[in-house]
Design a binder for this molecule. Structure first.
Ligand code: F0G
Length: 481
């Protein structure tokens, strides 16, 4: 909840209390330098012992509720026919309105199964924007991701409330250009991750549905961040101010033919699921489940995780849960903006994103400014963020670099984990970095994998800039920080 102080300033106030905590450490800058060098300047490769605030992702790092822990204890464990699965099915029906549901081990498993069943090589899948694992799975079956975003989506300093919208005219043009037989399905991603957690509006979503109906296309909703998208519709879209987040989520679900999500975000549990009201489609996907995921009543999750997901689904549409990160991000982004740091606006539903091309205009995109800024932030603060730029794009078939539309350093806000004082600390260190940005140079790859290289790739700092940055930091803050 946002509460106004007597000064008039608003701060995000947590509507929960910590009942279990985990100790964290801040190692000094010289040790952080050693750690990031060993990690090949890739924050995915850091070890947790070297991290102060882990803001790599909001995936699988959220604090669970007391009810979820209770679900862990009361779960009915069995390989097949667990009653916990039927409780899960009932929660999905109640909250999302889908009759048929199957679990998968996490979001990307859904992204594997859906195109496997619905698409073939050469098919085109239009979407408001790609996500890394979505694109990888579509390209692995030799189909094509076609991103149809609105022009404003790439403007990082915008006030457009729905930068995750799909451009309906561009979709119509694409159907004309490629022919409707080539289009396997249309995908909308809630709170578009790689654009900076930016939502689409209900109006736009309904318009895309209409185009799908005109051509007989299936509409697939990636609902990994569905509650944040619904929250933004509630706060930003005319006509929705008197609805509840729960009602908006249900309405969003009623529009899609197939819904899937990564449970690691909104439900705060490792896992995921695919849901639909279309029995035929469901029966087409279901037979693949035992081969790739597990038996139908657990689908690659443990029963205990499903037991924790049941309250997770019911709680995720509570506005205090759906909005808890949004309000922190709003505070974080606005505070950074006050200090002239180039952040993505409007604030999104997943993280605070820094525009690295604006922060480091002297680093060419071929030298990965977002990767460099992410590593620099770690050296200067112990905060682990994530590169969301060209490193997160794989090379094309001929080995050419594919430059990303945006170069973002993503500082994710796991749900119910960090507080305003943590954010204030980061704001201070980002400002220090901004003053010393000339010390930050580019990176070059020394090891790449053929797919999703950002996970396991290793890089080197050009001109050994990491050491120079750590030295400057030590000079100012002393050896203990
Ligand atoms: N779709 C979206 C929109 C996502 O954000 C993610 C994961 C996935 C699908 C894949 O789900 O990880 O459970 O297999 N996003 C995480 C992130 C990894 O850090 O943003 P998964």
């Amino acid at each position: 909840m946002k509460l106004r102080l007597s000064s008039g300033k608003e701060i995000p106030v947590e509507m929960h209390k910590a009942r279990m905590v985990q100790k964290i450490w801040l190692t000094p800058a010289q040790e952080r330098l050693k750690a990031i060098e060993e990690a090949g300047y890739n924050t995915f490769q850091l070890k947790n012992k070297d991290i102060f605030l882990d803001m790599l992702t909001d995936s699988g790092t959220n604090a669970m509720s007391d009810n979820q822990f209770a679900g862990f204890i009361t779960t009915d464990d069995s390989y097949a026919g667990s009653m916990t699965f039927y409780e899960f099915e009932e929660a999905v029906q109640d909250v999302l309105g889908y009759k048929y549901v199957m679990n998968v081990h996490q979001g990307r498993a859904a992204e594997h199964l859906i195109p496997r069943v619905l698409a073939k090589p050469g098919d085109i899948i239009p979407m408001n924007y790609h996500f890394t694992t979505t694109k990888a799975h579509i390209e692995l079956i030799e189909a094509i991701c076609l991103e149809i975003f609105i022009d404003e989506a790439l403007n990082t300093e915008s006030s457009h409330p729905f930068k995750g919208n799909m451009d309906p005219q561009k979709l119509r043009d694409a159907i004309k250009k490629y022919g409707k037989e080539k289009i396997a399905f249309v995908r909308m991603e809630a709170s578009t991750n790689l654009l900076g957690g930016q939502p689409f509006s209900m109006e736009n979503y309904k318009e895309i549905r209409k185009i799908c109906d005109e051509h007989g296309f299936l509409l697939v909703l990636d609902g990994s961040l569905v509650c944040e998208n619904a929250y933004f519709i509630w706060k930003r879209e005319k006509g929705y101010e008197n609805k509840t987040v729960a009602e908006i989520v249900k309405e969003m679900c009623s529009i899609a033919d197939i819904f899937y999500l990564s449970g690691r975000k909104n439900t705060c549990v490792r896992g995921g699921f695919i849901a639909t009201n279309n029995k035929e489609l469901f029966d087409e996907i279901k037979p693949w489940l035992p081969a790739y995921e597990g038996f139908f009543t657990y689908g690659g999750m443990s029963m205990r995780e499903i037991g924790m997901m049941v309250p997770g689904i019911r709680e995720m549409v509570d506005p205090e849960v759906a909005g808890c990160s949004i309000q922190q991000i709003d505070y974080f982004v606005n505070r950074l903006r006050e200090t002239k740091i180039p952040v993505v606006t409007p604030p999104g539903g997943l993280a605070c994103h820094i525009d690295a091309m604006k922060f480091l205009p002297h680093v060419p995109q071929q030298q990965y400014p977002a990767g460099a800024l992410t590593a620099a932030l770690y050296i200067a603060s112990g905060v682990r963020a994530m590169e969301r730029g060209t490193i997160s794009m794989d090379r094309d078939k001929d080995g050419n670099e594919q430059l990303s539309h945006l170069e973002l350093t993503r500082i994710a806000l796991p749900r119910r984990v960090y507080t305003v004082s943590h954010m204030e600390y980061i704001i201070d260190r980002v400002n220090w970095l901004y003053k010393h940005r000339d010390l930050i140079k580019g990176l070059k790859f020394v090891y790449e994998t053929p797919v999703l290289r950002f996970f396991l790739g290793k890089l080197e700092a050009l001109d050994n800039w990491g050491a120079k940055l750590a030295e400057a930091f030590k000079k100012e803050f002393g050896p203990d920080y």
